[in-house]
Design a protein around this ligand. Structure first.
Ligand code: FE
Ligand code: FE
Ligand code: ZN
Length: 275
C-alpha cells in the first residue's frame, strides 16, 4: 500500500485537513503543529481532533507526519532560542496526544559555529529532556542537506543523536529525497547503495517516513530548494523508484513541493500511477 499525501495547512482545523487530503487522493498528510515561524499554537478543539481520528480510521489512512516549526533551533548558541525549542517541542508532544500514534518530525538545527559534536550533544540533551515513556508519538529527525552549519546532513550525525537518546523507541528518522541528494547521497545512480549505507549507519528499522521532493539543485549542492516532482534534478523516475523501493514499503510519503491543491492532487495521481 502506498501511503502518500502532502503538507497541508492547518488553519481550518483538524477535520478540514482530513477532508482536503481525501479530496486530493491522499491517505496520509503532514501539517505544522503551530505557525511554521514558531510562536503560539492555537488551542486544540478535542471534538475536532476526534472527528479527524474517526475520518482517518474510516478511510484507512497511514500515519500522519506532523512537522515542528522550521525556525526551531535545538542547537542554538542563544539560551532563549534553545529554551524556545524545548518549550515548543514539549508542548507539541502534549498536543500530538490528541492524535495518538503518529509522527512528529523536526530539523536537528544549526550549530552556528559551535561545532557538529557540540550540536549533537545539545540535540540529544533536549530530546532526553522532552521524551517521555507515556507518549505515543515517535519523534523523527529529518535528514538535512548540510546547508551552512546544519546538523543532520550526514547519516553518522543522525546516528550519533539517536545513540545518545535514552528512550530509543520514541525516536526515528524521516528521509527527505531533496535533502539527501543535496547532501551528496547519490540516489540518482545508486539508490540501493544509499539505503544500504543508511542501514549500516543508522538502521533501516529507524526510518519511519519519507519527504518526497525533487531538487532545484544538483547532488551535493547543500542548498535545500525543493522542486515539483519531475521538474528538478532528480526527475520522476528517481522519485518513483525511491517511494516504491521494497525496503521502504508502507512508509508515509509526504510531498513538500511548491504546489497548491491541484498541483498536489496531480503529483499524488502521477506517483500512484508510476511504474
Ligand atoms: Fe522539514
Ligand atoms: Fe523535508
Ligand atoms: Zn527542505
Amino acid at each position: 500500500m502506498l501511503y502518500i499525501g502532502y503538507h497541508l495547512s492547518s488553519v481550518n482545523g483538524f477535520l478540514a485537513m482530513g477532508l482536503e487530503a481525501i479530496n486530493a487522493g491522499a491517505n496520509t498528510f503532514a501539517f505544522f503543529t503551530r505557525n511554521p515561524r514558531g510562536g503560539k499554537a492555537k488551542a486544540i478543539d478535542p471534538d475536532d481532533a476526534s472527528a479527524l481520528r474517526g475520518l482517518l480510521t474510516g478511510n484507512n489512512f497511514g500515519r500522519l507526519v506532523a512537522h515542528a516549526p522550521y525556525t526551531l533551533n535545538p542547537c542554538s548558541d542563544k539560551p532563549n532560542v534553545l529554551e524556545f525549542a524545548r518549550v515548543c517541542m514539549e508542548d507539541d508532544l502534549k498536543r500530538m496526544e490528541y492524535l495518538p500514534d503518529n509522527y512528529y518530525n523536526f530539523h536537528p538545527g544549526s550549530h552556528v559555529g559551535q561545532g557538529t559534536e557540540a550540536g549533537i550533544e545539545m540535540i540529544t540533551a533536549l530530546l532526553n529532556d522532552i521524551l517521555s515513556p507515556e507518549q505515543t508519538t515517535t519523534v523523527l529527525l529529518e535528514t538535512m542537506s548540510g546547508k551552512g552549519s546544519e546538523v543532520g546532513g550526514k547519516f553518522e550525525e543522525l546516528a550519533a543523536i539517536i545513540d545518545g537518546v535514552e528512550l530509543k523507541d520514541k525516536i526515528g528518522v524521516c528521509m527527505d529525497s531533496c535533502h539527501i541528494s543535496d547532501a551528496g547521497y547519490d540516489i540518482i545512480n545508486d539508490l540501493d547503495g544509499v539505503l544500504d549505507e543508511f542501514d549500516r549507519v543508522v538502521g533501516l528499522d529507524r526510518l519511519k517516513a519519507l519527504h518526497v521532493n525533487d531538487s532545484k539543485n544538483p547532488p551535493g549542492s547543500h542548498k535545500d530548494r525543493h522542486a515539483c516532482i519531475g521538474e528538478g534534478e532528480l526527475g520522476l523516475d528517481v522519485i518513483g523508484r525511491f517511494i516504491n523501493h521494497p525496503k521502504l514499503t508502507g512508509l508515509p510519503c509526504i510531498l513538500e513541493t511548491p504546489n497548491e491543491f491541484e498541483g498536489y492532487k496531480r503529483e499524488i495521481q502521477m506517483l500512484r500511477e508510476w511504474k
